[in-house]
Design a protein. Structure first.
Length: 589
């Protein structure tokens, strides 16, 4: 009796068949046989409804719960469209597309058309709650009925939360959502060099489509310790204050930190410009910047010929928070393509403060609990999993590298705030730009005391290491002595000489925009300064003296510059020749 009741109460499998022309007897039987095998039920256990849908163009769609088998002409056309997009190929004629469509029809099988579908539960502020999709992966791409794409960002027991990569205007509650089974990714390749693209890799510079060579997921596992090699090759920024005291190596992560309008982006762009002829590919990721600021950076790089080896990934302030969130990951995926080909890459994230703000917006809209300072608890993981992908690979994996220059903006020089301390703990050092120095005319406004490179001398050439000598200690002593003697009127000769020497060093480190110095020129200037060959020069005319000295070496001692560039070693004989030439120039001055 109990068994009989169970059979009577057994719920029938609900099936909806949508069609333009009703399936004939043969097609109907084929559908029934497929469903019987797939779901292990008899026809008596099926509840079948036939629904006419003229917009399918032809064929039919079978819906079983949240599973859908799309055998319609509209579905086949969408598949072909997606394949064309995924392959990133330019079809030369309509015949190629027709042949692809014919192949789809000839090889049509129910299993190959299976999709998991859900329905929009709620929409708001770029966040969509989807009901009915039970097997979604974190980071998976879903496609909405309007054609807009989204990414799964929150998985709950009764629904999934998706962030939209487009407009939500055409979406409404009850709209269909289809799983793609693909993790969010971006197209990559050599053809992206010299171009400006958005966070999805779509060109936005009006220079036509980009033919890609590969497709990489935006989130990849960072290289393991076994796959990494210690940093030992310098990445010259061309900025004397950085290369001499806080050297950056290929594969290093060096934070650029400071208040707004203190020259953070300028250091990054100067570094990119200095990579000309250095066999380094550069990627500049703009996150939450004004469109005019990004255009200015692009114009600067094009003017100096740097766009030939640079990609700009732009997600401006007017873009949705979802695009600002994925932009740095997309840029890193483009960098990884080159790194695993054995090339060196420099990537700039400008800036990670706005990236954290965008992620906080998404998290709060997804109704996640805020943590410290109203940020979600995983904001540290947000940046650590991004920056850990920058490394120098072992020779067995090609020996390529990604050098990261993340930028973080502080408020009122507060480096102890939540986001700055997070990124400081992830990176291998920081270049701290101080507002007071900037407004006092010291450009770049590098604070010698708070800036550090944890790679240090391992990322310097022998010539640079020897010539820079005690410059950092000398500057620290000068800054301390300056504070104590600013109210003193009577100074002894030693103190007075120390102050003059320190002032000269500060003038030496001043550098105009977009004028990076080669390693050889930096060594010559450091050698002359640290050996007191520049003492007694009026600070008002120091810039003129410095430029004249470099011109003198280029004109009369080009052999010294060439020897430094070739050997990268400052021998005792070479040092004597530099000092003699510097003394000759000073005597003429």
């Amino acid at each position: 009796m109990v068994q009989k009741t169970a059979d009577e109460n057994k719920k029938k499998l609900s099936i909806i068949i949508s069609y333009v022309t009703a399936p004939d007897e043969g097609q109907y039987n084929k559908i029934i046989n497929f469903l019987s095998k797939k779901y292990e039920v008899n026809i008596t256990d099926m509840k079948i409804d036939l629904v006419e849908e003229p917009q399918l163009l032809g064929g039919f769609i079978i819906r079983v719960g949240n599973q859908e088998y799309d055998c319609s002409m509209r579905g086949l056309l969408n598949q072909v469209k997606q394949e064309v997009f995924d392959s990133n190929k330019n079809f030369s004629s309509s015949e190629e597309i027709i042949s692809l469509l014919k192949a789809k029809i000839e090889n049509l099988e129910f299993e190959k058309t299976e999709k998991e579908i859900g329905f929009v539960k709620s929409i708001g502020d770029g966040i969509v709650a989807v009901d009915g999709i039970d097997h979604a992966m974190f980071g998976e791409i879903v496609i909405f009925e309007s054609g807009v794409k989204g990414m799964v960002q929150d998985i709950r027991s009764d629904e999934i939360g998706c962030i939209l990569f487009g407009s939500e205007n055409d979406l409404k509650e009850g709209s269909r959502v289809i799983r793609t089974g693909k993790i969010a990714g971006v197209f990559v390749g050599e053809n992206f060099l010299g171009r400006v693209v958005d966070a999805l890799g779509t060109p936005i510079d009006g220079r036509g489509e980009i033919l890609a060579e590969d497709f990489r997921p935006i989130e990849c596992k960072a290289p393991s310790i076994v796959d990494r090699k210690s940093v030992n090759t310098p990445l010259q920024t061309g900025i004397l204050a950085i290369d001499s005291m806080f050297p950056i190596g290929r594969g290093q992560r060096e934070l650029i930190i400071g208040d707004r309008q203190t020259g953070k982006t300028t250091i990054a762009t100067d570094t990119i410009i200095n990579q000309k002829g250095q066999n380094v590919i550069c990627i500049y990721v703009a996150i939450g910047q004004k469109a005019s600021t990004v255009a200015k950076v692009e114009n600067t790089l094009r003017k100096h010929g740097a766009m030939d080896y640079t990609i700009i990934v732009s997600s401006v302030a007017s873009d949705p928070a979802s695009l600002q969130y994925i932009a740095p990951y997309a840029g890193t995926s483009m960098a990884e393509y080159f790194m695993y080909k054995g090339k060196d890459v420099l990537i700039v994230y400008d800036d990670l403060t706005k990236h954290a703000v965008a992620y906080r917006s998404l998290s709060l809209l997804l109704e996640r609990s805020p943590g410290r300072e109203a940020y979600p608890g995983d904001v540290f993981y947000l940046h650590s999993r991004l920056l850990e992908r920058s490394s120098k690979l072992v020779p067995e994996l090609g020996g390529g590298s990604i050098t990261a220059l993340p930028i973080v903006e502080t408020q009122a020089n507060d480096v102890s705030a939540y986001i700055p301390t997070n990124v400081i703990s992830i990176t291998d050092g920081q270049i701290y730009l101080e507002s007071d120095l900037f407004f006092a005319g010291q450009r770049p406004a590098v604070n010698v005391g708070l800036s550090v490179s944890r790679v240090g001398g391992a990322a310097q050439t022998k010539a640079m290491k020897k010539s820079s000598g005690s410059i950092r200690i000398d500057l620290a002593q000068y800054r301390e002595m300056e504070v104590f003697t600013q109210f003193s009127s009577d100074l002894d000769e030693a103190t007075f000489a120390q102050l003059n020497y320190g002032k000269g060093l500060m003038e030496l480190l001043k550098q105009p925009l977009c004028e990076p110095l080669s390693m050889a020129k930096q060594v010559i200037l450091l050698c002359a300064a640290t050996k007191k060959c520049m003492t007694g020069i009026d600070t008002k005319r120091f810039k003129e003296y410095k430029n004249g000295l470099l011109e003198f070496f280029e004109q009369y001692h080009l052999d010294i510059i060439q020897e430094l560039e070739t050997t990268k070693v400052l021998s005792e004989d070479l040092e004597k020749r530099i000092l003699k030439a510097s003394s000759d120039y000073k005597s003429r001055w």
